[in-house]
Write a protein of this length. Structure first.
Length: 114
């Protein structure tokens, strides 16, 4: 039976993944990374260069499952930082799926001294 519970860890790959990149190549990238732990569930997120398609590779501790999420009428606000997996929160994934940036904007606060 496939277990689709929230994984223990969530990772995002800031580099863009070509839309036609073979699943086997993504799996090799995941398995060779320092963040892959065989006995812990995790989800690995990849985005294509047009920022329209999100590929989620889910590891349930026994097998990989690929999920594809496409955004219509907009683009994902995908970070383009260093070329390695970064750990993110469920809140950040929810923001990405809505088309928002990974992190909410910082609110300015002013302190006035009397």
């Amino acid at each position: 039976m496939i277990d689709f519970t929230v994984p223990e860890t969530l990772y995002l790959m800031p580099q863009f993944s070509p839309g036609n990149q073979a699943l086997q190549r993504l799996l090799a990238l995941i398995q060779s990374s320092a963040v892959f732990v065989r006995d812990k569930s995790a989800a690995y997120l990849f985005c294509n260069s047009k920022k329209k398609v999100l590929r989620i590779i889910y590891w349930d501790g026994q097998r990989f499952i690929e999920l594809i999420y496409r955004i219509d009428g907009g683009v994902f606000q995908w970070p383009t930082t260093e070329p390695k997996f970064m750990e993110i929160s469920l809140f950040q994934i929810e923001r990405l799926l809505r088309g928002d940036s990974l992190n909410p904007p910082l609110k300015s606060s002013f302190i006035f001294n009397d």
